[in-house]
Ligand binder design. Structure first.
Ligand code: AMP
Length: 438
């Protein structure tokens, strides 16, 4: 039996990878214009980080994490080396493949005292892992483009200006990628203060009806009622529809903050709609929450989600560091591109075809010269007949074929044929780059 890629994972192959590169290069360019810098954090972290940073009650932590016990490491619960710790605790360190990026970035922010530098604008591109039911647009290894603005109190990281800045940056990125017809939904989930009152109201509203809801909701109603809004069970939706709304519970500072975010976005021409059911799947969110959706994506229509998380650093044992960020689902972003892989792929400018014995060395030398001039060059083999070289050049999508035979080498002038027009000219070595580029 042949071995296949594991369910929920997939190979990204050329030419599609050209689209992924196009997306990532565009994102890096746009982020640069807003003064963001790249961070790369490990793909696995201690399980504790996600339990605390995402929330025990979330679907991600309670059902979807790839967690294992690393028996080669000593347990963090003890200073004793693993063997001794194992004897006492019977355990190694619990590790988890990252299901999202924010917790790791905030961990790194705390660990390296990034707050000392004032405002940190960071982005990360990489794979995330969740044990979800695979379907179109939903994978177990998927890719996120994530950006965060975090900083100590006084750095302005809590300002509504930041919320509007990241949202406007996203609109710019989607526009730059040529993605049309996206929708932006906006909500404020308030702060700890509002949350306590809202949770209490939710508990009361749920009490008489929770018996008719799914098992997950029955558990959530007790442990973390806000998570009821994550429920996707159709039969529960009419009940959820009648539950209290967070928008009625915002205190004055939260309301003002949210108004200012909306005010800036409206002034700079970013269209949005309000959705006070938008709560996001993570526990640590405060105030602004947002989601961009795209109609063409089908059931999994969320391209990206984001929001503010003013208490996260403290929840991870760090200093106060209000922040806001987002995660783009890169798989879905690529699916919503109008561009085809063919159109963004960089095809060879020229296919260098050695013709006859001893020509491999000459051709390799010429290819080297042309590549040094930043041309994209494919290289044949002297054993190919001319016909086979033409076929290979055409298959590679090359613009020109350059024939390197004994006569050409002697004359130091080479036959250059335009594969589209069929026009062929003899070009002296020194003029090759210029001719090919033109
Ligand atoms: P989240 O971290 O859950 O807020 O997700 C942010 C974005 O990542 C979503 O809007 C999706 O575009 C994408 N995403 C989340 N989970 C998956 C998955 N299992 N497969 C593909 N994309 C995903």
């Amino acid at each position: 039996m042949t071995i296949k890629a594991v369910r929920g994972t997939r190979d990204l192959l050329p030419p599609d990878t050209a689209l992924w590169n196009f997306v990532e290069e565009t994102a890096r360019d746009v982020f640069r214009a807003y003064n963001f810098q790249e961070i790369r954090t490990p793909i696995f972290e201690s399980t504790e980080l996600f339990a605390r940073g995402v929330g025990e009650e979330t679907d991600i932590v309670s059902k979807e994490m790839y967690t294992w016990e690393d028996r080669s490491r000593k347990s963090p619960l003890s200073d004793a080396p693993y063997e001794a710790a194992a004897e006492v605790l019977g355990k190694g360190q619990s590790l988890t493949l990252r299901p999202e990026a924010t917790a790791g970035i905030v961990r790194a922010y705390i660990e390296h005292n990034l707050g000392q530098r004032g405002l940190s604008k960071l982005y990360l591109i990489g794979p995330m892992f969740r044990r979800e039911r695979p379907q179109k647009g939903r994978y177990r290894q998927f890719y996120q483009i994530d950006a965060e603005i975090i900083g100590p109190p006084g750095s302005g990281s809590d300002s509504p200006v930041r919320d509007a800045e990241v949202i406007e940056m996203l609109a710019t990125l989607l526009d730059r990628l040529g993605i049309k017809g996206w929708n932006l939904q906006l909500n404020s989930v308030g702060c700890a203060n509002d949350r306590a009152k809202f949770n209490e109201a939710l508990r009361q509203a749920l009490e008489p009806v929770v018996g008719q809801m799914c098992a997950d909701c029955q558990r959530r109603a007790v442990t973390n009622p806000l998570r009821v809004f994550d429920c996707k069970v159709p039969a529960d939706q009419p009940i959820i529809e009648k539950l209290p709304r967070i928008s009625h519970f915002l205190d004055e500072p939260c309301r003002e903050h949210f108004d200012e975010v909306q005010n800036i976005l409206a002034k700079i021409g970013i269209q949005f709609s309000l959705n006070d059911r938008l709560v996001r799947g993570l526990d640590y969110y405060t105030r602004t929450a947002f989601e961009f959706t795209h109609g063409a994506l089908g059931a999994q229509n969320a391209i990206l989600g984001g929001g503010r998380y003013d208490g996260l650093s403290e929840a991870l044992g760090g200093p106060s560091a209000p922040g806001i960020g987002f995660a783009i689902g890169e798989d879905r972003l690529v699916m919503s591109l109008p561009e085809s892989a063919e159109s963004v792929q960089k095809k060879p400018d020229v296919y260098v075809a050695p013709l006859g014995a001893g020509m491999n060395c000459e051709a390799a030398g010429l290819a080297r010269e042309l590549r040094r001039q930043n041309l994209v060059v494919d290289l044949g083999d002297e054993n190919f007949r001319l016909k086979k070289s033409f076929e290979a050049a055409t298959r590679a999508g090359a613009k020109y074929i350059l024939i390197v035979g004994e006569n050409e080498v002697k004359a130091d002038s080479f036959a250059l044929k335009n594969l589209a027009t069929g026009e062929q000219i003899s070009v002296p070595r020194g003029e090759l780059t210029q001719k090919i580029r033109a």
